[in-house]
Design a binder for this molecule. Structure first.
Ligand code: PLP
Length: 358
């Protein structure tokens, strides 16, 4: 079996968790603070605020920027549902812009058409680990006085012109087990704005900075020291993990790029793609999936139903025209690329893709 995702949990993580359990301080304690400092340093952001999921990180980031009812947030429909849900939780409306066919990220040329008087923020998603076009996004945000909230849940360590994603605007990361690094469940917000950081810390803990004094209605989004202890170990391994993903991706592309019927991922100039997913396009996806499955190779389709076509966002379906996104949803297939994939596995994956597209 070659699974599509496999968290790498070893003795170091187990020892770190055991130490927390033995200490008796098993909810938020010192490990959380240490993890926040280490992650902020890694991203090159002034502040990091740890929470209990990537979804909570996105939600908190939006609330910290004061986004709510009557506001619009521009994002893409070709993402995990949490991207849009985080916007909906605040009472704001997600506005979907189409994607570029090559990177699957927001098409920056289409953003300005969707800006209205109510637009407050842009939420680019660095999908599959490939950075969105941050130069253009920054310029649009400056021109229209918009906030940038980056959904970096798939892009820990990815860089755009040498700068890590999550440091352009307010960043949100997920540490779910399938991501480039994990804390089991977990998430984090990154920002250079101390006021946003202060608000995010309050939102995470029932609107409270001082114990039992509640200045706003917040949530319980706290991360545990158990999760942070795993995160501290995983963060040290992240560069190694990402390098292994990039190596695997380049081996897959080397062989698949010349196969008729297969479109391999692109890496834009100035971008460092961290390959959360290695995603190709094929015309006969069902056959390719079946062929790989028969040989015990897991695949993923991210995402078969775009957000604007989900029953919960049915209203959006009639208000947007997203042909590139809808086509991608029919053609994409992700192949195992995680650090646990061996040279031999890659051969087997390639053989089966070739057999499947025929
Ligand atoms: C994983 C993910 C999220 C949500 O993270 P959770 O930790 O699962 O809540 C949000 N957006 C994207 C693009 C993701 O991949």
């Amino acid at each position: 079996m070659i699974p599509i995702a496999k968290p790498d949990i070893g003795n170091e993580e187990i020892d770190a968790v055991s130490e927390v359990l033995a200490s008796g301080i098993i909810a938020e304690g010192e490990r959380v603070g240490e993890f926040e400092s280490a992650f902020a340093d890694y991203i090159g952001a002034e502040h990091a605020i740890a929470v209990n999921s990537g979804t909570a990180a996105l939600h908190t980031a939006l609330l910290a920027h004061g986004i709510g009812k009557g506001d619009e947030v521009i994002t893409t429909s070709f993402s995990f549902i949490a991207t849009a849900n985080s916007i909906a939780y605040t009472g704001a409306k997600p506005v979907f812009v189409d994607i570029e066919a090559e990177t699957f990220n927001i098409d920056v040329d289409l953003i300005e058409n969707s800006i209205t008087r109510d637009t407050k923020a842009l939420m680019p998603v660095h999908l599959y680990g490939h950075p969105a076009e941050m130069k253009a996004i920054n310029e649009i945000a400056d021109d229209h006085d918009l906030v940038i909230i980056e959904d970096a849940c798939q892009a820990h360590g990815a860089t755009y012109n040498g700068q890590k994603v999550g440091s352009f605007g307010t960043g949100a990361f997920s540490f779910y087990p399938t991501k480039n690094m994990t804390t089991s469940e977990g998430g984090i917000i990154t920002t250079n704005d101390s006021e946003i950081a202060r608000k995010a810390r309050m939102i995470r803990a029932h609107g409270s900075q001082e114990r039992y004094l509640h200045e706003m209605i917040g949530y319980n989004f706290r991360m545990t020291d158990i999760a942070a202890a795993i995160g501290l170990v995983q963060l040290k391994k992240l560069e190694g993990y990402n390098n292994a993903r990039k190596r695997n991706a380049s081996k897959l592309s080397e062989r698949l790029k010349d196969i008729p019927g297969v479109t391999v991922p692109v890496i834009r100039k100035g971008c460092d793609h961290v390959f959360h997913q290695y995603t190709i396009r094929v015309k006969n996806r069902d056959e390719v999936v079946a062929c790989l499955k028969q040989s015990g190779i897991g695949t993923g389709v991210y995402y078969p139903i775009p957000i604007h076509m989900q029953p919960t966002y049915i209203e959006a379906r009639y208000n947007c025209d997203l042909p590139v996104c809808e086509k991608a949803a029919k053609e994409v297939i992700s192949l195992p690329v995680h650090p646990g994939v061996s040279e031999q596995d890659i051969e087997q994956i390639i053989e089966n893709v070739i057999a499947g597209v025929k």
